[in-house]
Design a protein around this ligand. Structure first.
Ligand code: ATP
Ligand code: MG
Length: 380
């Protein structure tokens, strides 16, 4: 572990030397056993959050109420105190967490057997629930009684689908039955949490696998937004914001998810851009003032009617654009005023748009001298 995860090794070692138990847990152990690169390292320990904070130089109280402290040692590592979730009052979030002494209890509260393993710094695998066997069988199986686990937290149902699609695993029969019978509980889950899981689906090699699974199990009916309206999608999106803009484009109810400001901006752009492209085709005129992200998503949505075979063709084309934004004009507002001797006013923007129009129509070159000449001839 020292060579593979030096920072995690350092964290485990420091905790050990202070007399605490500590393990790498969850996704990192799963991905390591599968020979996949691991995204983030989670450590579980019997040290309390304050004790963890005392031991390391650089820490953040990321989720202290839930026992999580982020330790930064070359990279950020989340260190969470062994815990159980005692009551699930509203089916959304555990109402209370309780710190415990034993690793086994901490692993028992985890969602799936493949996510419920721990690795010591000596590379000893702790596997109380046959996670390794399920990895070999390539199956997703709930820890404990599936129905109960989904009643505690229905987000696990969506996570199960997400992991199955991500890893090309099947869902073990009892777990699948419980998913179906409890899927209605997904309506209780906070949209932010649902969004986090679905965001990952957009990045999968083949999002359609997860999306069709959601539809087949009727789970989509309990999620915000409509999934039946989506076209098939066999390719990953470059980033999850692209996936959301794609999703949003096909929705009838526009306010289904708590989008970030950037996502809202992109969603709106794509909605404006597609009708323009459908009407006018892919000309520099119709893509003027749109972001590259919006163009990429529009290309993904229009595909057959798109001017381009691939995204790199789109790139090349955009590189060649004489102008993409008003700010790229080779003549500024101040220069316009100087040139004409006129005072500031709305005319500046009008003239700029005229200039842009000429340039986009390839009747005018975007150079200062050419623009000055045009202004002298046309602006009185
Ligand atoms: P990924 O590689 O996608 O991050 P992960 O397994 O690390 O997968 P996380 O969402 O980062 O998933 O969660 C870390 C660990 O916390 C999981 O492996 C699992 O053990 C546990 N966990 C996360 N969410 C839940 C949940 N809703 N119920 C029970 N355990 C959970
Ligand atoms: Mg993770």
């Amino acid at each position: 572990m020292r060579d593979r995860w030096p920072s995690a090794y350092y964290v485990l070692n420091t905790l050990h030397q202070a007399g605490y138990k500590a393990y790498v847990v969850g996704g990192a152990v799963r991905d390591h056993l599968l020979g996949l690169p691991c995204k983030d390292l989670d450590v579980a320990t019997d040290a309390l959050p304050e004790q963890v904070m005392d031991l390391f130089h650089k820490t953040f109280a990321t989720g202290i109420a839930h026992g999580t402290v982020t330790v930064v040692h070359e990279e950020p590592i989340e260190v969470t105190t062994f815990r159980v979730e005692s009551e699930y009052v509203d089916k959304r979030r555990p109402s209370e967490v309780q710190f415990v002494r034993e690793l086994r209890q901490d692993l028992a509260r985890r969602d799936f057997t493949i996510n419920a393993m721990a690795l010591s710094k000596e590379e000893e695998l702790v596997d109380y629930f046959d996670g390794q066997l399920d990895l070999q069988k390539k199956q997703i199986r709930a820890v404990g009684i599936a129905e109960e686990r989904f009643e505690e937290d229905a987000l696990r149902i969506l996570r199960g689908i997400r992991f199955a699609a991500q890893l090309s695993f099947t869902i073990e029969a009892t777990t699948l039955e419980a998913m179906k019978s409890k899927s209605h509980l997904l309506t209780f889950i906070a949209k932010e949490r649902v969004k986090q899981e679905v965001s990952q689906i957009w990045l999968f090699q083949n999002p359609e696998i997860a999306l069709s699974e959601l539809k087949k199990t009727y789970m989509d009916a309990s999620l915000p937004g409509s999934y039946s309206v989506l076209p098939v999608r066999h390719k990953p999106f470059q980033m999850s914001a692209h996936g959301w803009a794609w999703f949003h484009f096909f929705q009838k109810d526009p306010y289904t998810f708590p989008y970030s400001n950037n996502e809202k901006r992109l969603n709106a752009e794509v909605k404006r851009l597609i009708p323009l492209l459908a009407a006018n085709g892919w000309s520099y005129h119709s893509v003027f003032n749109f972001s590259k992200d919006a163009l990429v998503v529009a290309h993904e949505i229009m595909m057959d009617e798109s001017k381009f075979v691939s995204l790199s063709d789109l790139d090349v084309w955009l590189e060649q654009a004489p102008i993409r934004h008003l700010e790229e004009l080779a003549l500024s507002g101040t220069e316009l005023m100087k040139l004409t001797g006129l005072k500031a006013g709305p005319w500046i923007k009008q003239v700029k748009h005229q200039l842009a129009d000429e340039i986009l129509g390839e009747r005018l070159e975007n150079s200062q001298s050419a623009l000055e000449k045009w202004v002298n001839e046309h602006v009185k």
